[in-house]
Structure formats: structure tokens, C-alpha cells
Design a protein around this ligand. Structure first.
Ligand SMILES: Cc1cc2nc3c(=O)[nH]c(=O)nc-3n(C[C@H](O)[C@H](O)[C@H](O)COP(=O)(O)OP(=O)(O)OC[C@H]3O[C@@H](n4cnc5c(N)ncnc54)[C@H](O)[C@@H]3O)c2cc1C
Length: 425
């Protein structure tokens, strides 16, 4: 398939939006990246977390070449270095956004409100070539108001981190969850750093059985060693075998990831440890108490159901219960989505067939998986996986490479390989 991509709009300046923009600029396309916050905004939010995958999996050869060309004295991190999110952003992503090919093409503080065809509604021009001929119309919002922009091809790389799941049973909000929002965090808090005061000496209820929840629990356990009044109740929706609060991946090749799983298992097992762990238990209802003296919101009262039915009082909740992409962004487009994950259908169907919990054991099946039912509209990066949390940056780089070989209609096009050859000469 060859597309007259002309003007490309990329939504989101996260790692995959940046890499897609760089690839497109190398190929000479006209590119505009729209970012609602600042470059690598979400990575910055979890900047205190050390990544599982080494730097060599989180950078492209094009990125390295762009930065080396920019500054001959620039030294990249070692390929086997395990960087924190903040180090990755500071040493690679932010300089990349400032490199000659990208500078001036990234519109920060510009939120994409929605994408449509210029003059066709969602239900019009079904299967009609006229739909493809119409440019996309983007509604943008910045501090100075709203404006529109046009593009011939759109890549949605807005991620999932900004759209949390609800913490109640069955994925609905728990009763009272919205009212208690000020005391509930859905991201991975920096409890040993910038958010320490919010958690030190407090009782926090943590929900979730993934690596984000485990990271939060590990850091809170460390905080409890430093400030002994700190207490943690950890609730996990599913049943868990004894001694394994989160699933471990057999023969895990990512040592940091396996170390985290083993660490939290040991912390939970410790007899007088700070973690009170309950499997097969969910939150049913949350209410906010008023502080009689200050008349401000006080503690939270949490009612649980399942194996442990109880009522407990806490100061905060951290719900690391997953994220999903913002599908409203393209609700005027004809994107066929998976009914289970919300990801574009072809890619979602291929992921359903790959059952390993280990994201390293995934294969990327080729450019046709990226094609949606809306011509020239693509979803890349973590959003392309919908509710499936196995996305890796390395997969996103493969998506970028495959997409542009498909757009250019040249199966052999692989700038990553070509540039790697030049770098090693
Ligand atoms: C704690 C944590 C640790 C992780 N560790 C690893 C790891 O070790 N290795 C690995 O491979 N992966 C890891 N991941 C998974 C994944 O690779 C990262 O989440 C990665 O940042 C995804 O990149 P992305 O570009 O798809 O999305 P994001 O990084 O989420 O970027 C999306 C961008 O789009 C912007 N945006 C959103 N909505 C709009 C809008 N409407 N208009 C304009 N801009 C918008 C956001 O502000 C953001 O800048 C981790 C994820 C988390 C949460």
C-alpha cells in the first residue's frame, strides 16, 4: 500500500510519537506533533521508576544518529543501562525533541480535542474512496484558545497513562469513588521523593496486582522502614498462590522485573512487616469523613468485599488498576475496535493469540496489523494495545518502522537498519 501521506499529524510527543516524527522527518514528510503537555510528559510523571528494559531497547538508531549529528560530544547511555524514566527523558527523549529534525515541529501545550474527516461524519462515505480523499480535520486547544489544523495522515500516539481504569468491582467506580477523588491516586506515586509528605506516617490502601502496584508497595515498604508509623494495606482482586502477591514470569530475562516480584513477595511474607496483604478482595464503597476541628476532608472509610469483608480507615488510596486509551478522540472516525481491549481490531486479534504474560516474548506481526478501517489513520504506541498492558517501547519502534515501509509502499524500507550500518562504519 502506498499512501500520499503529504502532511502528517502526530498526536502525542511521548517516546513513540517522537520516534514516529523523527522517522517521518528523515523521509522528508511535513510533520506536526501536537502534545497536550510537555515532551515526554507521562514518562516524566513516572520518572522516579527504574525501567525494566535496558536503554538499548528504548532508543532507535535514528535517534542516536540525530543526537550524534547534533552534538559530536554527546555520549549516549550504555545500551545495557537500566535508566529511570527521568534519566531516559533527560538523556535521550528531550534532546531528541530539540534536534534539528524535530525542533519547530512539536507544538507543546496543545491538546487534540478530536479528529474527524473534513466533511464526512462517522456514518458517512462507508467504504467510499471519497473518504480517503478528504483531509483530516483536527480540533486543537491551547492557552490562547481553540483552532483547527488539517492533515493527510494521522498517527495517534497519545498513550494510555492519562486515562485510568476505575477501582471498583467489575471495572465500575466503587460507590463514592468520585467523591473521594482528591485522596485517590491512579499513577505510580513518587513516595520516596517529591510526594513523600503525602505518604509518610499515613495509612495507604494500594490496589492492583501488576508491576505498577508492586512498585508502589515496594516504595511504601521502604518509607515505612524510614517512618515507622507508615502503614500499607494491599488489596488484590484475584486469588494468589501463597508467597506470590504478583505473578512471576518463568525464567524472566529482565532481571529488574523479576527482582521486584521477589522483593514484594518477601516484604509481604515478613512477619512484622508493614504490608497487610489480602488477595481475592475488592473495594465496594468509599466514604470521606469530615474532620470536626478543621471541617476539612479527613480519613477515608473503605468497605471491602470478597475474601476479606471489612471496614478500614485510611488516609489515601493508590489504585494501580490499569489504563486505557482515549477513544473519544477519534469517535468521528471509522475505527473498528476490539470489544474486549478497545485496541484497533487487527492488532488486538493478533495479541489475543499471544498468551505469554511476558511482553518480551511477543512478536510484531507486520504493517497490516496497524491498518484501521479509517484510511490513513493509525494508532501506535501503548494506545495501540488498548487495555493490554504488555506494550514495550521496542514494539513501538517496530511499529514505526513497519508503518513507514507500508506508507512508502517499500517493504524493504528500514531506516533503522540503514542508519545502524552508517553508524558502525
Ligand atoms: C511506570 C511505568 C514503567 C514502564 N517501564 C517500561 C520499561 O521498562 N520498558 C518498556 O518498554 N516500557 C515500559 N513502560 C510502558 C511504555 O513503554 C511506556 O508507557 C511508554 O511511555 C509508552 O509510550 P507512548 O509514546 O505510547 O505513550 P506515552 O508515553 O504515554 O505518551 C503519550 C503522550 O501523548 C500526550 N497526549 C495524551 N493525550 C493527548 C491529547 N489529547 N492531545 C495531545 N497530546 C496528548 C501525553 O501528554 C503524552 O506525552 C512503562 C510504563 C509505566 C507506566
Amino acid at each position: 500500500m502506498e499512501t500520499d501521506a503529504g502532511k502528517i499529524a502526530i498526536l502525542g510527543a511521548g517516546p513513540i510519537g517522537l520516534e514516529a516524527a523523527l522517522y517521518a522527518r528523515y523521509l522528508g514528510y511535513q510533520v506536526d506533533v501536537y502534545e497536550q503537555g510537555t515532551v515526554a510528559e507521562n514518562v516524566g510523571d513516572w520518572g522516579h521508576v527504574r525501567m525494566f528494559s535496558p536503554f538499548g531497547m528504548n532508543r532507535s538508531t535514528l535517534g542516536l544518529a540525530a543526537l550524534a549529528a547534533q552534538d559530536p560530544n554527546w555520549t549516549p547511555p550504555d545500551d545495557d543501562a537500566l535508566l529511570t524514566g527521568a534519566e531516559w527523558a533527560d538523556r535521550y527523549l528531550l534532546p531528541l525533541a530539540e534536534s534539528d529534525l524535530l525542533r519547530g515541529h512539536i507544538h507543546q501545550a496543545t491538546r487534540v480535542v478530536g479528529v474527524s474527516r473534513a466533511d464526512a461524519l462517522k456514518h458517512e462515505l462507508i467504504g467510499d474512496d471519497e473518504r480517503r480523499r478528504q483531509p483530516f480535520r483536527l480540533l486543537l486547544e491551547a492557552a490562547d484558545g481553540q483552532r483547527t489544523a488539517e492533515a493527510n495522515l494521522v498517527i495517534d500516539a497519545t498513550g494510555t497513562y492519562g486515562n485510568h481504569n476505575w477501582l471498583g468491582r467489575g471495572g465500575l467506580p466503587a460507590v463514592g469513588e468520585a467523591e473521594a477523588a482528591a485522596k485517590i491516586g491512579y499513577r505510580v506515586p513518587d513516595v520516596l521523593g517529591r510526594e513523600r509528605d503525602d505518604y509518610a506516617g499515613q495509612h495507604t490502601v494500594v490496589l492492583g496486582a501488576g508491576y505498577s502496584a508492586a512498585t508502589t508497595v515496594r516504595d511504601l515498604a521502604q518509607l515505612a522502614r524510614e517512618v515507622p508509623e507508615t502503614r500499607v494495606t494491599w488489596l488484590v482482586r484475584g486469588d494468589r498462590p501463597p508467597g506470590e502477591p504478583i505473578a512471576r514470569i518463568e525464567d524472566d530475562t529482565l532481571a529488574e522485573r523479576d527482582a521486584l516480584a521477589r522483593h514484594v513477595a518477601a516484604v509481604v511474607e515478613a512477619d512484622d512487616g508493614p504490608i497487610d496483604f489480602h488477595a481475592a478482595t475488592a473495594i465496594e464503597r468509599i466514604s470521606v469523613e469530615r474532620n470536626d476541628v478543621t471541617d476539612e476532608d479527613g480519613s477515608l472509610v473503605v468497605e471491602t468485599s470478597g475474601r476479606t469483608e471489612t471496614q478500614l480507615r485510611c488516609d489515601r488510596i493508590v489504585a494501580n488498576v490499569g489504563y486505557h486509551g482515549d477513544r473519544q478522540l477519534y469517535e468521528q472516525l471509522q475505527v473498528y475496535e476490539c470489544y474486549a481491549t478497545g485496541a484497533p481490531m487487527k492488532l488486538a486479534a493478533s495479541l489475543v493469540g499471544q498468551t505469554s504474560a511476558d511482553c518480551l516474548r511477543q512478536s510484531f506481526g507486520g504493517p497490516e496489523l496497524l491498518v484501521t478501517s479509517e484510511p490513513d489513520f493509525y494508532i501506535l504506541g501503548s494506545k495501540s494495545y488498548g487495555r493490554d498492558s504488555r506494550f514495550l517501547v521496542a514494539i513501538g519502534l517496530a511499529q514505526v518502522r513497519e508503518l513507514f515501509s507500508s506508507i512508502a509502499g517499500r517493504e524493504s524500507l528500514n531506516l533503522y537498519q540503514d542508519v545502524a550500518g552508517l553508524i558502525s562504519k
